[in-house]
Design a protein around this ligand. Sequence first.
Ligand code: ATP
Ligand code: MG
Length: 373
Amino acid sequence: MSATEYHKLLGIGPTAFDGLADHLEERDYEGRTYRHVPDARRGVERGTVLIEGTVVRGFPKVPRTLVLETGIPEGFDARTVAVEEKLNGYNVRIARVDGELLAFSRSGIVCPFTTRIVERDLALEGLFEAHPEAMVCGEMIGPENPYTAHEYDGIDSIAFRAFDWRDRVTGHPLPVEERRRRYDRFAVPQAPSLGTFDRDEAAGEVRRIVDELDAQDREGVVMKSPDATTQLKYTTSAANRGDLAYAFSLPFEYGRSFVFRRLIREAFQSVEWDESTDEAAARAHDLGEAILLSMCETIETIDAGGVAGKEHTVRASGETIDALLEHLRGQGLAVDVLEDRTEDGDRVVTFRKPSRSTTDRTENYLEGQVVRE
Ligand code: ATP
Ligand code: MG
């Protein structure tokens, strides 16, 4: 398709499209060439894909509030807000392009693994027959997950949960209620709905919900205007700690800003929730443990001759696992397979994404390298 037609689909001028075209990345998926927007550009969402003469819009960035009481009225014009659980996994958009179902990552790369899991686990034919332009947006969650593994009660492997339904080309969402009804009708599992509240009372309700989610080590909430065009996220202390523990288990991998932002969230939550000295001290203690203990564990691992890196286990057909490993390696990622076995007809593989910089620097420090700082 010519640039002229793509720019119309994207709703931008030809000059803007020319500017965008320089930043598109070209990739290939099983014989199909496509281009995607790796970073937000010229009003076009990151992750937007140009493929076979059509467009698959990126999923919009979800803004965050640090303070519920003021952030909710500031973030929403609508009279009510719908609150949904924010699930901790990885974002996926599913679309049917040229009769073929494809699952796209946040940045707009076709993930061969997710595409196969979706085909295996979800019956989306009816949905796409009735709504060929649909973009099914959701989170892949659960422990057997190659990107973001997290335990959820009742989920023993990988699972999809829908949280949005958009027009593939325009990116326009269905209103929350209608979307929930539609997914129910097509038997697609969804992120839990936690209620709809009056905007001016939502802060208190969300506070109560977040307390419960926190106690269960869940990530948080995404609040949405009833028409689903405005979203706002807020996370639990457990999620902030989990992120910090993860980052500090690979201390030379994660940027300072990643860590810093999460510490700031903790401070604002502590103050907004008017914690007593004891409560604030307990929070500080938990935070310190998340940071320090995970870092110590990594140093101990390396001291014992091990390697730093995140381990993942995946369970699927042999072909699906091969497609995943090839995809990861194709992106330049080192992958060490630690265990590869067959269980009930599936291949179960545990692999590590080794972190060279953390391993090397930790080794150097352990060997006494002197630092000037
Ligand atoms: P961004 O802020 O750009 O969206 P991020 O990597 O910082 O990306 P998160 O902090 O995880 O992402 O928050 C936004 C993401 O939360 C969404 O992109 C989506 O994948 C995920 N998510 C989980 N549950 C929901 C939900 N119920 N509604 C909307 N998004 C959800
Ligand atoms: Mg997330």
